[in-house]
Design a protein around this ligand. Structure first.
Ligand code: ADP
Length: 658
């Protein structure tokens, strides 16, 4: 009897437990039973022949069907319990004792400015790269600081799903007439407000055609790109004067223009050569040229100069002559108008997306022909590393990853690793380092270095997953490698944001062997997710990754202190930053030997010194990679530009002597 009562109780508890876990299907109702006194079996439930036959004993009260159902549920409950217990054990084992850094507190600036960003692309309306993210995120941060900010970009209609983002824009009814290409062109301005930022879209037929932003369906640059972006630059100069924002008036002529890459490069030229010179306005405006990638300069034959709508005496700013070895034939003089050069020559300040890149573009190797003029303007040249979107890339709340985690506890990261291994069809093993690569398959990103090291890398006990699309030859390599090293290599050809998130969360190491990298975002995402990067020591990678210091203490507190110190980048307290265990590995020369040296070292550390590894993860995750930090630095650049007199003043003698 006593035994029966105990079983009854256990069963009742089981039911309650199951309610606790919210089982999807309801349990079948068990008929109440009253134990019959003196009954041989002690139960009124049907006799269980199964139990009797198989187990050789009577189950006191469960019917045959119920036994099965009961056990099934029992298993689920037990499984769930076991899973939670495992998670608990995992969590307990991976408590770091570190609290995540609190989000930044926004304080209003004492010197609010009116700022106009001009860009050929802006997230989410149009995006091909990091430029769009900067123009989508940074203005919002500046608004939170109390600035008034406008972003001017084309109103694209390309027959893609991005078109619908433009639907919310309404016509400002302030048209402008732009003089270039030998005619006056009418453009419209559409307006949309997001988080207090005025997004202004320039409307003209030339932006409304199916295809890419810069290229047609075949991948060839649009033939009229010079026209499209000349129009954008001129129109952007009109926007602050013309558009009367409801209730707030125009931006007026004391703005700071931020001209991004060559597409907006005519803005500083137009402001200096026309508005200030002839139209008596923008005397207190300032212009800042931002270089996101110096590879693209907007060069066209010098004969196209009259198209640009710039007064003739400013031709010299734009003229550029290619060195002989780059000219097409004997008679080719290599004379072009180079819009980026014009922008660098005439803007008040020049900014790039990392300090390291600012240095590199002043050298023959990094300057792509503009090193001369950039060196001349070096005293007005700065670099600020981009921030990242902390909501989109947040390991504690990432809709693409199954297990949330943060720096206080890394159990979720391990669970994500197992899930990724399962997804990729790898052996699910905690002790094998899982390496990842995400990025465009382009020579810039250096996937060929991985290709050239693949045999050596696959000799190690590692797993490697690559995600990317681009050059066919490199896509082919990924397919080949997957077939050849099927137990260790996965290649994912395509552009897939959820997979990028899962790789970032699940991997132990991120490979980023870029030949050059103005800023780079993936290494920042990786560090926020506790994934340690191995990268080429160039540009933004060199600025944002702290090399592993084998002599450091593996103490979480030191790691956090080092992270805080390294927030300032090269300006910060390097001594403290260098005391930490580091956040990754950097190799100095672009060859397989240097690369593999880092990979082997990292894998060795992963296997042999989990405490140090953990400390590195803590340092990586404790850094402040937010836009807030970057925005403060941008603000300084704006202020400096306002303090200095304009770089191109009115040429007084122009009026007096001639
Ligand atoms: P770039 O702008 O030179 O391409 P960045 O590192 O600045 O390089 O930014 C690349 C961005 O594109 C990152 O957000 C990265 O996650 C994303 N990305 C690149 N390739 C892929 C891919 N195949 N699938 C998903 N996201 C990708």
């Amino acid at each position: 009897m006593e035994q029966i009562r105990q079983l009854q109780e256990a069963n009742q508890k089981l039911k309650e437990d199951m309610d606790l876990f919210a089982m999807p299907e309801a349990l079948p109702q068990r008929p109440d039973f009253v134990p019959e006194a003196g009954s041989m079996q002690g139960t009124s439930a049907p006799k269980s022949s199964f139990s009797a036959d198989v187990l050789g004993m009577e189950m006191p009260y469960l019917g045959e069907g119920e036994t099965r159902v009961g056990f099934q549920h029992f298993d689920k409950v037990e499984n769930e319990k076991a899973r939670m217990e495992a998670m608990r054990v995992e969590q307990a084992a991976r408590v770091t004792g570190v609290t995540p850094r609190p989000p930044p507190k926004y304080e209003k600036t004492e010197w609010p400015l009116s700022i106009v960003f001009v860009s050929s692309e802006v997230t989410p309306w149009s995006k091909t790269g990091g430029l769009a993210d900067v123009c989508g995120s940074l203005p919002r941060e500046l608004v939170k600081r109390g600035h008034r900010v406008m972003v001017v970009s084309p109103y694209y209609q390309r027959g893609t799903k991005e078109d619908k983002y433009f639907e919310g824009a309404f016509d400002t009814c302030s048209n402008a007439s732009v003089g270039c290409f030998g005619a006056a062109h009418e453009v419209g301005f559409m307006h949309q407000i997001h988080d207090g930022v005025d997004f202004v879209f320039v409307k003209h037929d030339c932006y409304e055609r199916p295809g890419g932003i810069y290229v047609d369906a075949m991948g060839n640059a649009w033939e009229d790109n010079q026209f499209r972006y000349t129009l954008l630059s001129h129109a952007a100069c009109e926007a602050p004067l013309k558009i009367n924002f409801e209730g707030k008036g125009t931006y007026g002529d004391e703005v700071v223009f931020v001209a991004n890459d060559w597409h907006a490069g005519l803005v500083p030229l137009v402001v200096a050569s026309k508005y200030r010179q002839y139209w008596n306005t923008y005397h207190n405006a300032r212009t800042i040229t931002v270089i996101h990638n110096i590879l693209h300069q907007g060069s066209e034959p010098a004969t196209t100069f009259p198209n640009l709508g710039i007064p003739d005496d400013w031709y010299w700013c734009l003229e550029y002559q290619y060195p002989e070895h780059m000219r097409a034939h004997e008679l080719d003089l290599g004379l072009v108008v180079n819009i980026l050069k014009g922008a660098v020559a005439t803007s008040d300040r020049v900014l790039t997306v990392s300090e390291g890149y600012a240095e590199e573009i002043c050298t023959p190797l990094g300057g792509k022909g503009l090193e001369g003029i950039l060196t001349e303007r070096k005293h007005r040249l700065d670099g600020v590393v981009n921030g990242i979107d902390l909501d989109e890339w947040n390991p504690a709340n990432d809709p693409h990853c199954e297990f949330p985690y943060d720096v206080s506890n890394l159990a979720g990261k391990l669970m994500n690793k197992r899930a990724l291994q399962r997804e990729l069809g790898f052996d699910v093993r905690d002790d094998v380092p899982l390496l990842g690569f995400i990025g465009r398959l382009d020579w810039q990103k250096g996937p060929d270095l991985i290709r050239d090291s693949i045999a050596e890398m696959m000799n190690e006990d590692v797993q490697l997953v690559m995600l990317g699309s681009g050059i066919g030859e490199l896509e082919g390599f990924m397919q080949w490698a997957e077939a050849t090293y099927n137990d260790k290599f996965r290649g994912w050809v395509g552009f897939n944001v959820p997979v990028a998130h899962r790789i970032t969360a699940g991997c132990d190491i991120l490979l980023m062997p870029s030949r050059f990298e103005p800023c780079g975002l993936n290494q920042l995402y990786a560090m926020r997710y506790g994934t340690l990067p191995i990268a080429h020591a160039t540009g933004g990678l060199n600025d944002t990754i702290t090399r592993h210091n084998p002599f450091a203490l593996d103490d979480p507190e030191v790691a956090v202190a080092a992270a805080i110190a390294s927030d300032e980048g090269p300006d910060g307290n390097r001594e403290m930053a260098d005391l930490g265990p580091g956040t990754g590995w950097l190799f100095d020369s672009m060859d397989t030997w240097s690369f593999m040296y880092c990979v082997s070292n990292a894998c060795k550390l992963f296997r042999e010194n989990p405490k140090m590894w953990r400390a590195m993860q803590i340092q990586a995750m404790s850094q402040d990679l937010s836009w807030y930090h970057a925005a403060l630095k941008w603000e300084k650049i704006f202020e400096w530009s306002k303090i200095d007199p304009p770089h191109c003043e009115i040429k007084q003698e122009h009026h007096h002597h001639y």
